[in-house]
Design a protein. Structure first.
Length: 210
């Protein structure tokens, strides 16, 4: 039985279909490349070169320029803001490698108008192990000592203060810390310091980390 001849129309349509498929693949690849290039566009932003504790003034050595892919969900500070960022204080503990955002910084001074500055010389045993930095809130506890049940059960006097400056450790291991206290608390704190019976502890952090 003879084989029926192929239809000429079907033979002509096949190359056309293949050409159209190739064009669609090429267009899809081009669209994917455009999308990749658009989403992969990198921008220069500020990041942390090292850990910066809350309250510390930001220096140029604390920052590094990082290049990241642009993302509408991220709002890091632009690298062009470097000079305006230096000299501001950290509002929370900043970790090395993290991107820097506006809420991480403040221009507010560590002390407020009307506060008194008292120098507190303290040995290591009277300070927390966490390094104190300007702007950090602390509690100073009056510990006059004594013996008996009254001395152990009595609620100690405490005073809220803000670290204004931290000196370099002396040869004996003591450090002088300038702290800011309320207008009427300076003389009372000076008496505690003169007696040498006090302890510095970290104040509780708020939920926002400040």
């Amino acid at each position: 039985m003879p084989t029926p001849p192929r239809r000429l129309g079907a033979r002509r349509r096949r190359p056309a279909v293949l050409a159209m498929a190739a064009a669609l693949i090429a267009a899809g690849g081009l669209g994917g490349a455009v999308l990749y290039n658009s989403s992969g566009q990198r921008i220069a932003v500020l990041a942390l070169a090292r850990d910066v504790p809350m309250g510390q003034v930001i220096g140029s050595e604390d920052l590094v320029v990082a290049h990241i892919a642009g993302d509408p969900a991220l709002h890091p500070l632009d690298a062009q803001d470097l000079q305006r960022t230096v000299g501001l204080r950290a509002t929370t503990d900043l970790k090395r490698g993290a991107l820097l955002v506006k809420s991480d910084l403040t221009s507010d001074p560590a002390t407020q108008p009307g506060q008194q500055i008292v120098g507190v010389s303290a040995k290591r045993s009277l300070l927390p192990a966490t390094r104190l930095q300007p702007g950090l809130q602390i509690l100073i506890v009056n510990a006059p000592g004594g013996s008996g049940d009254a001395a152990t059960t009595r609620t100690p006097e405490t005073m809220t203060a803000v670290v204004a400056a931290v000196g370099k450790p002396d040869t004996d291991g003591s450090t002088v810390i300038d702290v800011a206290v309320g207008p009427s608390d300076g003389p009372r704190l000076a008496l505690w310091v003169a007696g040498g019976k006090f302890q510095v502890i970290l104040a509780p952090r708020t939920a926002g980390g400040s």
